[in-house]
Design a protein around this ligand. Structure first.
Ligand SMILES: Cc1ncc(COP(=O)(O)O)c(C=O)c1O
Length: 398
């Protein structure tokens, strides 16, 4: 029997770090996952009583299945309300419900590009797009984020990367894994490029509720870009990844929005993949979202402060304080550092799993970790990590 080339490529993607991690877990050696994004594991869950009440209220309405490929009108209306509250003019007719942001990307890629054409993404980036682009048969091209300037978007480089095959510009803000939040000027610059080359913008805002030292999230949907797909969902916003509910807000020139929705409706209609009960719960969850975000934000702020304090005392380690999300990117040296060997060493010696920067397509040498961890444990683990980095560097030098 033969499998596809894609099947072979995906199977070849296993790496040494995770093989080591699985070995350590199997041997019973305690290893702390310092890269987990699951706030529920840290005790932060959407208030259970409210969730149950929302579900109980939704259940009778979901009894008769009346699928709508664009999503339940009441859910689309609730999402439009969410954007209007944030100052973005939006109507239910501009919203498409999806089974999560990863699938939202897939829909956008399929709508906008044909096999062999390109999507322009930030580098570094969460490795999600590579797999989605591969499944969609597309090529990725990258624009730089400038580490020396808090990972801001390098607009000149972005524009230089636009080719005749480019079909969309992706912006992730707050950005995973650097914690960068694109400012109004960066987004306006991006929109000007989008206008000049007549390109749509995909704006990933999944960490929108987790902002530090910022009043509000600057949004691509507020710019003059000709067509903007704003992606978000319940996975991070309210800590309910298992609900599998995301959405796309389409904005920009009305004829383009209409045409995009017509096609996306057909894509979604092929599978009708969104859970009906979850859609009936959207309004209740949106109306109660503050009960989750406001509760864990002060805790995350303390995590961020602790991480900043410990890491700023770690010789040879630099980082930009994240302005959003739950991740930190550390610069730990230059090309002389073998990131994977360092991560395996930290796993064995410091008992912590962190990611090498190359997972995110970064120039050497970086480490990526999450700072969303119980405070005492965070402080202890980061100190162990710093000692581990110093110890490894000394051993390499000797
Ligand atoms: C930046 C970013 N976008 C999208 C996703 C995927 O979101 P979802 O869980 O809704 O598919 C993630 C997941 O971690 C992410 O970090």
């Amino acid at each position: 029997m033969r499998f596809s080339k894609l099947a072979d490529r995906l199977a070849a993607k296993r790496n040494r770090l995770y093989t080591e991690y699985e070995k350590a877990a199997a041997s019973g050696r305690p290893v702390l996952d310092l890269i987990s994004t699951n706030l529920a594991q840290q005790g932060w869950v959407f208030p259970q009583e409210r969730l149950q009440a929302i579900q109980a209220e939704a259940a009778p309405r979901a009894q008769i299945y009346r699928p709508d490929p664009l999503g339940l009108p009441s859910a689309r209306e609730a999402i439009a309300d969410y954007y209007r509250t944030a100052g973005i003019p939006a109507s239910a007719e501009q919203v498409l419900i999806t089974p999560g942001t990863s699938l939202s990307y897939f829909y956008c890629f399929k709508l906008l590009a044909s096999p062999g054409e390109e999507i322009l993404c930030p580098r570094p980036s969460y490795p999600l797009f590579e797999s989605i682009a591969e499944l969609a048969g597309l090529e990725l091209r990258y624009y730089r984020l400038r580490e020396s300037r808090g990972w801001e978007i390098d607009l000149d480089h972005l524009e230089s990367q636009v080719s005749t095959r480019t079909r969309a510009l992706v912006v992730i803000s707050p950005h995973n894994p650097t914690g960068m939040v694109a400012g109004v000027q960066s987004l306006q610059g991006l929109a000007s490029i989008a206008c000049r080359h007549d390109l749509p913008v995909l704006a990933d805002e999944v960490f929108s509720e987790f902002l530090y030292d910022l009043e509000a999230l600057p949004r691509a949907a507020s710019t003059a870009a000709p067509l903007v797909f704003t992606l978000n969902g319940f996975s991070k916003m309210v800590g309910l990844p298992g609900l599998k509910l995301g959405w796309i807000l389409l904005s920009g020139r009305p004829a383009r929005v209409r045409r995009s929705l017509e096609v996306m409706e057909l894509i979604s209609d092929t599978f009708l993949p969104v859970n009906d009960l979850a859609q009936h719960m959207v309004r209740g969850i949106i109306e109660n979202r503050e009960a989750f975000a406001s509760a864990c934000l002060p805790w995350l702020l303390s995590c961020r402060r602790i991480a900043g304090t410990v890491l700023s005392q770690c010789p040879g380690v630099c980082f930009s304080p994240p302005r959003g999300g739950f991740y930190l990117t550390l610069k730990v040296g230059g090309a002389e550092v073998d990131e994977e060997a360092l991560c395996i060493d930290l796993l064995r010696e410091a008992g912590g799993l962190v990611h090498p920067g190359y997972f995110y397509d970064m120039a050497p040498a970086h480490l990526v970790l999450s700072f969303a961890l119980q405070h005492e444990l965070l402080s202890r683990s980061l100190k162990a990590l710093c000692d581990g980095i110093q110890g490894w560097k000394k051993r390499q030098a000797s």
